[in-house]
Design a protein around this ligand. Sequence first.
Ligand code: GLV
Length: 327
Amino acid sequence: MTRPKILVARAIFPETIERLRAHFEVETNPDDQVLDRAELVRRLAGKQGAFTTGSERIDAALLDACPDLRICANMAVGYNNFDVEAMTARGVLATNAPDVLTETTADFGFALLMATARRVTESEHFLRRGEWNRWSYDMFAGAEVHGSTLGIIGMGRIGQGVARRGAHGFGMQVIYYNRSRLSPALEADCKARYVSKEELLRSADHVVLVVPYSAESHHTIGAAELALMKPTATLVNIARGGIVDDAALAQALRERRIAAAGLDVFEGEPKVHPALLEVPNVVLTPHIASATLATRRAMADLAADNLIGYLVHGKPLTPLNPGVAAR
Ligand code: GLV
């Protein structure tokens, strides 16, 4: 029996490749180039499966050029690189990697919040430049974290993880805004109060964004929203580039209309808006919120299990369009 053929679009753990090789003919990308559209189409020719990351865009034009494709398994919880509707229309299964990264990503959201509020990287740069020559009463005085008000926009699994850390670990008052309200039991568990987006922006000391990217969430935070925030407030984005208008944020930071920001994701990443690189009151990290080895292994395993589950056994683990598998 011929084995299904798959493409693993980016470099990934050798152990994951070995697992996949037990079931499939596997083409890999050991040089880890980000494949442009033409190259991706070329390499996907004759393949039934694709192991993707956020860097491969799977849309109608690509699918039309790759008629053998039956599944794309994303090694990410976010899947804004997939046009799920186009995939469903062509009978291509889409899977993502939820749950396994929830707590690790929430940890990082909190790390970024702490670093931003307490000016960790800004003060480190000062020290590294050799500018620290004496104590002073207000040197790098930041914003209080414990006991302050934490506003979370996007209260899915990761948002809830950030809320629990804030409420239970740091005695913060947690308020949240989400498309739909949580159940009373979940609200109690997260000690979180539902408010409007406007109230959240006006009253939070620290705003954390954990909303998935879509046309609807594009520029959830722009100049108008930044203008509602307290001048002492901080903003953290661990969700996706494009949820914040980076140019408007850079201007607000430069003019100190908010105190500081912590960003793990950027519009057009890996490029970063040059104005953000010019302002000192921003902590910048290269999209690493889920990056612990254990979690990245679990994400890779889940993507591999989805490919094996579907192409070998007809049962994917975490389908985004389960109707395709049922056809
Ligand atoms: C990372 O950004 C993910 O969506 O998993």
